[in-house]
Design a protein around this ligand. Structure first.
Ligand SMILES: NC(=O)c1ccc[n+]([C@@H]2O[C@H](COP(=O)([O-])OP(=O)(O)OC[C@H]3O[C@@H](n4cnc5c(N)ncnc54)[C@H](OP(=O)(O)O)[C@@H]3O)[C@@H](O)[C@H]2O)c1
Length: 261
C-alpha cells in the first residue's frame, strides 16, 4: 500500500461508533487508510477518530437521512479527492418477535435503516467508486439466508440487501461488490439479542444465542474488523457478487497474515 498519506486509500464506513464498524475502522487506520466515519453517536465517533493514526472525517448523522448522507459522501470527496471503498455496516436488529405481533412502524424503520439507507449511500458513492475501480461491501448476515424465528424484519431486510448486492455486481463491472456475513460477534447487537429477543425465542434458537458467551462462540469485533478491512482493500475482482463468510478460517488467516505485513 502507498504510505504517502496524501495518496493512501480512502474508505467510508457507516455504523462506526462501536462494534464491527469501529473494529474495521481501527484495522483500516492501522494500514494507513484515511477514513470517513458515520454514525449518530458523535462523541463516540470523535473519541475513535482521536485514537486513530490517520486522517479521519466524521459525520454525526442518521443513515436514513438521505440528504445528509449524500452530503457526507460529497464532503468526503472534497476532503480527500477519492473514495476506494464504501462499507455499509450500520443496521438495526429490531423489531424482534413473531411476525404476527411486530408492528409495521418498526418494520418500516428496519427497511429504512437496513435496506434504503445502504441503497441511497451506494447511489451517492457509485460515481467515485467507478472512478477508483473500488469496492462496495454490504454487511449482511447468515440470517439473510437462514430463517430465524422472531427475526422477521432483520432476515427480510438483510436478504433484500444481499440480493441488491448481487444485482449491483452484474450492473457495475468496474466496482467489486460483496456481501459480508460476519458470523456471531461480541457487540451491542448480540447483547440486544440476549436481552430482548432470545428469552422469547422458541427452542433451540433462544438457548443458542444465550449460551454463546459461555461457550466461547463469539468472535471479537477486532478480528472480524480485520477481515472486513482486508476485503475492502484486497478482495479479488472475481469475488464480486459473492457472500463472504467472516468466520471462514482460511479467510481469517489470510487477513491476519496481511496485517502482520
Ligand atoms: N454482531 C453480530 O453477531 C452480527 C452478526 C451478523 C451480522 N452483523 C451485522 O454487522 C453490522 C454491525 O453490527 P454490530 O454487531 O457491530 O452492531 P452494533 O454494535 O449494534 O452497532 C451498530 C452500529 O450501527 C450504527 N447505527 C445503527 N442505526 C443507525 C442509524 N440509523 N444511523 C447511523 N448509524 C446507525 C450504530 O451507531 P449509532 O447508534 O451511534 O448511530 C453502531 O455504530 C450490522 O450490519 C449487523 O447486521 C452483526
Amino acid at each position: 500500500m502507498n504510505r504517502d498519506p496524501n495518496k493512501s486509500p480512502v474508505i467510508l464506513v457507516t455504523g462506526a461508533s462501536r462494534g464491527i464498524g469501529a473494529g474495521t475502522a481501527r484495522a483500516l487506520a492501522a494500514r494507513g487508510v484515511r477514513l470517513a466515519l458515520l454514525a449518530r453517536s458523535g462523541e463516540a465517533l470523535k473519541a475513535l477518530a482521536g485514537e486513530l493514526p490517520t486522517e479521519v472525517l466524521t459525520g454525526t448523522l442518521d443513515v436514513t437521512d438521505q440528504e445528509a448522507t449524500a452530503r457526507f459522501v460529497q464532503e468526503t470527496m472534497e476532503r480527500f479527492g477519492r473514495l476506494d471503498a464504501l462499507i455499509n455496516n450500520a443496521a438495526v436488529l429490531g423489531p424482534t418477535g413473531p411476525v404476527s405481533e411486530t408492528d409495521l412502524a418498526g418494520w418500516r424503520r428496519a427497511v429504512e435503516v437496513n435496506l434504503l439507507a445502504p441503497l441511497a449511500l451506494t447511489r451517492a458513492a457509485l460515481g467515485a467508486l467507478r472512478e477508483s475501480q473500488g469496492r462496495l461491501i454490504q454487511v449482511s448476515t447468515g440470517a439473510a439466508v437462514q430463517p430465524l424465528p422472531h427475526f422477521g424484519a432483520y432476515c427480510a431486510t438483510k436478504a433484500a440487501l444481499t440480493q441488491l448486492a448481487r444485482v449491483l455486481a452484474l450492473e457495475e463491472p468496474s466496482v467489486t461488490t460483496l456481501c459480508f456475513s460476519p458470523g456471531v460477534v461480541d457487540t451491542g447487537m448480540q447483547e440486544e439479542i440476549r436481552r430482548e429477543a432470545a428469552p422469547r425465542m422458541p427452542h433451540p434458537w433462544g438457548r443458542f444465542f444465550l449460551d454463546l458467551p459461555r461457550q466461547g462462540g463469539l468472535q471479537s469485533p477486532e478480528s472480524v474488523g480485520l477481515t472486513l478491512a482486508w476485503l475492502a482493500l484486497e478482495a479479488p475482482r472475481e469475488w464480486s457478487g459473492q457472500m463472504v463468510d467472516g468466520s471462514d478460517e482460511k479467510l481469517c488467516k489470510k487477513a491476519e497474515a496481511w496485517a502482520r505485513g
